[in-house]
Design a protein around this ligand. Structure first.
Ligand SMILES: N[C@@H](CCC(=O)N[C@@H](CS)C(=O)NCC(=O)O)C(=O)O
Length: 242
């Protein structure tokens, strides 16, 4: 079965967390953001899929993964599905729950990163958020960035199987997502990250190891990898990177 990934064209966004899992699993997938025939045609196709009245379980937003007849949305949910199927999560229930718990914490972090440039919600342009964004980004960098980085550093340190992976002694999907969050933070807040990184050696080492995994390294070097830009989740506005 070939999976279909539905996501907005031109941005890595939340779709990228799913792409990284599909790439690491080495499974075939059709990336609708790139393969639906131009940006407008893609957006029309996504909107049709989201509004399809015959779908019994309609998704609220992309990313959506189509697996056979099943439409799965919510990034953490998609990853839980792929993790179990493609050995990117432990097979026992306690291990699966812990993996999902870490992914949900990453999802909370990702929402907060988004809100640094859109503190008033997703409906207005950045230009209409500027004053609030400065305040929100300042608070994020001072309080929330160290809190999240410190949490994942602690998870690695306390892992009874060693500090190479977040869960047990094998790669799981939150390792891939944590890699992407660090990539995005380095893009969005290069100055703040340069100041902070030395304190979180395990997290940064994990980021380095993920980037060197053969399938991930090949993907990152390919034209399939969409560069960060100022339309997506991780945006670089120098005025927010105090
Ligand atoms: N909690 C959801 C959030 C999904 C989400 O916000 N998707 C964005 C693109 S990254 C979107 O298209 N949102 C449209 C909307 O919220 O109306 C997830 O993790 O997948």
């Amino acid at each position: 079965m070939t999976y279909e990934l539905y996501y907005w064209p031109g941005i890595p966004g939340r779709g990228e967390f799913v792409r990284l899992a599909l790439e690491e699993a080495g499974v075939g997938y059709l990336d609708i953001a790139k393969d639906a025939g131009g940006e407008r045609a893609t957006v029309r196709k996504l909107e049709r899929m989201l509004n399809d009245a015959s779908t019994p379980h309609p998704p609220f937003a992309v990313p959506v993964l189509k697996a056979g007849g099943q439409l799965i949305s919510q990034t953490a949910n998609i990853l839980m599905f792929l993790g179990v199927r493609h050995e990117l999560a432990p097979s026992d229930e306690a291990g699966r729950l812990w993996t999902h718990q870490l992914q949900l914490t990453l999802a909370d972090w990702i929402d907060e990163i988004h809100d640094t440039h859109h503190p008033l919600g997703p409906t207005e342009y950045y230009q209409d958020h500027k004053a609030a964004a400065r305040k929100r980004a300042g608070l994020f960098l001072k309080h929330r960035l160290p809190k999240y980085l410190g949490y994942f550093e602690r998870v690695l340190k306390r892992n009874p199987a060693g500090d190479q992976f977040l869960v047990g002694d094998a790669l799981s999907y939150p390792d891939l997502s944590l890699f992407q969050v660090i990539e995005g933070l380095r893009y969005a807040f290069p100055r703040a990250m340069a100041r902070s990184e030395a304190k979180y050696t395990r997290v940064m080492a994990l980021h380095g190891r993920v980037s060197q995994r053969p399938r991930i390294a090949a993907y990152l070097a390919s034209e399939r990898r969409i560069p960060f830009n100022e339309e997506g989740l991780f945006r670089h506005y120098p005025e927010l990177d105090a």
